[in-house]
Design a protein around this ligand. Structure first.
Ligand SMILES: [Fe+2]
Ligand SMILES: [Fe+2]
Length: 197
């Protein structure tokens, strides 16, 4: 499917704010790809555009998509917390938007939780979702710091985003996906970050 066609369809399907967020993630992902591996720019753009393509759907529809795509919807406790849309998004990206590239599908699948030992495109999307310019819910000083780190040290940025996500869920008393907690600890080690005294 042509990029212009994908944009047209997405615009129809998503609310204005979510569409704008998707464009922001697409451009931010492309910029990060330019920094770390320019060969990934096109894939990064597409992964960014489509990462939330299933977020507007009902839980029932997302569960149906997971079933159709043979994807385990995971623990019920995390199905309400917005993790399901990444899994359903993989199926929708294949069925509706005709994406076949495994790297793009993997980035969409892991964009909310991250995963241990991510490939570069996974990391790019995971970070771009958090730092894109339309994201305003994060404190400006935290955003500024993260945006800076993202273009200097990608593993450190992955750690910081996972850490912020865990903190945020903790404060909300929402369930933290064990995957995100694992990602935080894994990248903490990768970056050689010591425990605070
Ligand atoms: Fe998302
Ligand atoms: Fe998103």
């Amino acid at each position: 499917m042509e990029l212009s066609e994908i944009r047209k369809e997405l615009k129809k399907a998503l609310k204005k704010e979510r569409y704008e967020h998707s464009e922001g993630v697409a451009y931010t992902s492309a910029a990060l790809a330019m920094r770390y591996d320019p060969k990934l720019v096109d894939k990064a753009l597409l992964a960014g555009l489509l990462h939330d393509c299933a977020k507007h759907l009902s839980v029932e529809t997302m569960l149906r998509l997971c079933k159709e795509g043979n994807i385990d919807p995971g623990d019920k406790k995390f199905q309400e917390t917005g993790l399901l849309h990444a899994k359903a998004g993989v199926v929708l990206a294949q069925k509706k938007y005709k994406v076949t590239d495994p790297q793009i599908l993997s980035a969409i699948l892991w964009h909310t939780t991250g995963r241990v030992d991510m490939d570069l495109l996974d990391k790019i999307l995971f970070i771009a979702d958090y730092i894109e310019p339309n994201r305003t819910k994060i404190k400006p000083d935290v955003q500024e710091r993260l945006r800076n780190i993202a273009f200097c040290d990608i593993d450190r940025a992955v750690y910081e985003v996972a850490d912020q996500t865990c903190d945020y869920l903790n404060k909300k008393s929402a369930a933290i996906s064990p995957v995100t907690a694992e990602v935080r600890n894994y990248y903490k080690q990768v970056c050689g970050i010591k425990e605070e005294p």
